[in-house]
Design a protein around this ligand. Structure first.
Ligand code: HEC
Ligand code: HEC
Length: 494
């Protein structure tokens, strides 16, 4: 990881904080540029508003991720509300009299976006073998061998399971069989910490029960993913590619043990390869594409970017491809129109990040210093300034604190899914943005972390770090117990 510009952070003063609820002109170019800050009081002052002038929430409540950006123009609030309606819409199977809401499946994982992104927050894994929680799904593929179709690989980033496709759909419309059921079980292991403390980590394993469309490929690859939180995604999208790429150090030329590689993924709208940003392996280039592919693969709704009405059904699932669909003239001849996608995009771009009222508490600041000292901030890059974008004035030139470099890192064998996705290897994950993690409990009533929700609290999430993050993890294991508490206080303040 290259050291970044220590920039004019200190120019930002307490005046920023007063700006919470008012629209504010974009920062002048002379003001801060993206880059890491290190410890200091001034940092904590500006950090009280991690989303810049967009920051707003019903903090510490289930609605903490439900607000629109604080600086959203009045006229745009209607568009936001229309997008929210699409996000919450419960799709129904076809044929149906409600042509604007039909087209579900035939195979699907959930009937609405909100069902997985509960309260716009994170999903959770099933609690045990009999919990049919749907906010975690399995991505599927088979190994890439010499016969793999290079064009398919370029566009999909994986080779789909020949019958089941790229995702296990655990639900189906009436009269059709779901692809199978997901079963998760956990094995516990003990970790010793300094000061005689201990922690327990649970290693998940996944099985697909009752596969309904014939045997699964013998070399099936599975990757379990929980739904990430939605707040602040529009700001992440507005970070300049160059700012992300400047942090990459693929060959670790500075020798700090931390590399950081960009994912390069297929952009369906541009029909070209570009920087990946969204998803746990940065397998998606834009919110528009992420939303459209979720509509198609998670809910089974064809739309302008991914028009096939039968969703993720593979050509070999003929009952599924031949089932009635919800294509209708009122929706551009599809199941969801471009207008719906536009509203959904606007909504997903403008969900506000919550403020950090405790950012300047002494314990939190002490924890933040430890976070920097342990090397966490090398990957969990604290600060960026978003691009100038006249189309999206609320998101333009904001000073933001997402705590992610949006790059891929080898996180070791413990977290590996051994399933490559575009340029991401089976051991690599995108640095998870940490903003909002302190609100997880209030928003979702649980504190499951990491890509598959295996960590039951923040400390477990840190103890799972390996690979490039091994040295940082060791520091947490060996630091005095009181310092570990401070580090966790800092994470909870985010
Ligand atoms: C079945 C559960 C499920 C449903 C339904 C669902 N999502 Fe997701 N969503 C996920 C998971 C899991 C991921 C992470 C995917 C990955 O890592 O590739 C995700 C990722 C995302 C992301 C990227 C977040 C980030 O931090 O990178 C966005 C945006 C998103 N979903 C929007 C939507 C929208 C819009 C809908 C409705 C059209 C939707 N999702 C429906 C589970 C779901
Ligand atoms: C080498 C890069 C790297 C370093 C160093 C690093 N992290 Fe991470 N962190 C990641 C990645 C990548 C993930 C996502 C891993 C996954 O989900 O499997 C992550 C996930 C997390 C999560 C869970 C977030 C969520 O949304 O579930 C927390 C909390 C966290 N890191 C805290 C820390 C702390 C504290 C430190 C320092 C002790 C640290 N990290 C050091 C890369 C890093």
């Amino acid at each position: 990881m290259k050291p970044c510009l220590l920039s004019a952070a200190l120019l930002l003063g307490p005046a920023m904080i007063a700006a919470a609820d008012v629209a504010r002109p974009p920062l002048a170019p002379a003001q801060p540029q993206s880059g890491a800050y290190h410890t200091g009081q001034a940092q904590s002052l500006t950090e009280k508003l991690p989303g810049g002038a967009t920051t707003k929430s019903l903090s510490a409540s289930p609605g903490a991720f439900a607000s629109s950006a604080a600086n959203l123009a009045f006229d745009d609030k209607m568009t936001f509300a229309l997008g929210r309606a699409i996000f919450r819409k419960l799709w129904v199977s076809s044929p149906s009299s409600t042509t604007a809401s039909d087209g579900l499946g035939p195979l699907y994982n959930a009937r609405s976006c909100q069902r997985c992104h509960i309260n716009n927050g994170r999903g959770r894994p099933p609690e045990g073998p009999h919990d049919s929680s749907v906010s975690l799904f399995l991505r599927l593929s088979i190994p890439i061998d010499k016969d793999a179709d290079p064009e398919l690989l370029r566009r999909r980033g994986v080779i789909p399971e020949p019958v089941y496709g790229t995702q296990l759909q655990t639900f189906a419309v009436p009269g059709m069989a779901a692809e199978g059921q997901l079963q998760v079980s956990y094995a516990e292991k003990r970790v010793e910490l300094s000061g005689g403390e201990e922690a327990w980590l649970r290693t998940p394993s996944y099985r697909i029960l009752a596969p309904a469309y014939g045997p699964l490929h013998p070399e099936l690859q599975m990757s379990a993913r929980i739904a990430p939180a939605m707040a602040g995604l529009g700001l992440l999208e507005q970070i300049n590619d160059a700012d992300i790429l400047s942090l990459a150090d693929p060959d670790d030329s500075d020798g700090d043990g931390i590399s950081g590689r960009p994912n390069h993924v297929w952009d369906q709208a541009l029909q070209a390869t570009r920087l990946g940003r969204f998803g746990w392996k940065a397998g998606n280039p834009s919110l528009a594409q992420q939303n459209s592919s979720a509509l198609q693969s998670d809910i089974g709704i064809g739309n302008p970017l991914f028009p096939i009405a039968s969703g993720d059904c593979s050509p070999r699932q003929t009952a599924c491809t031949e089932a009635p669909n919800g294509n209708t003239p009122g929706q551009d001849g599809l199941e969801a129109s471009q207008q719906m996608l536009d509203w959904l995009l606007f909504y997903s771009q403008h969900l506000a990040v919550a403020p950090r009222p405790t950012a300047a508490d002494p314990e939190v600041l002490a924890g933040q210093a430890l976070f920097n000292k342990a090397g966490c901030a090398t990957c969990h890059q604290p600060h960026f300034v978003t691009a100038e974008n006249p189309q999206l004035p609320a998101l333009s030139r904001q000073s933001i604190w997402p705590y992610s470099d949006l790059l891929l890192h080898d996180m070791g064998a413990g977290l590996a899914d051994e399933r490559a996705e575009f340029a991401a290897s089976g051991r690599e994950w995108r640095t998870a943005p940490l903003w909002g993690i302190g609100q997880a409990e209030a928003v979702n009533g649980h504190s499951y972390f990491l890509h598959d929700g295996r960590a039951r609290n923040l400390l477990e999430a840190v103890l799972w770090h390996g690979g490039e993050a091994r040295a940082a993890r060791e520091q947490v294991v060996t630091m005095p117990a009181a310092q570990r508490t401070q580090l966790i206080r800092f994470l909870e303040s985010l």
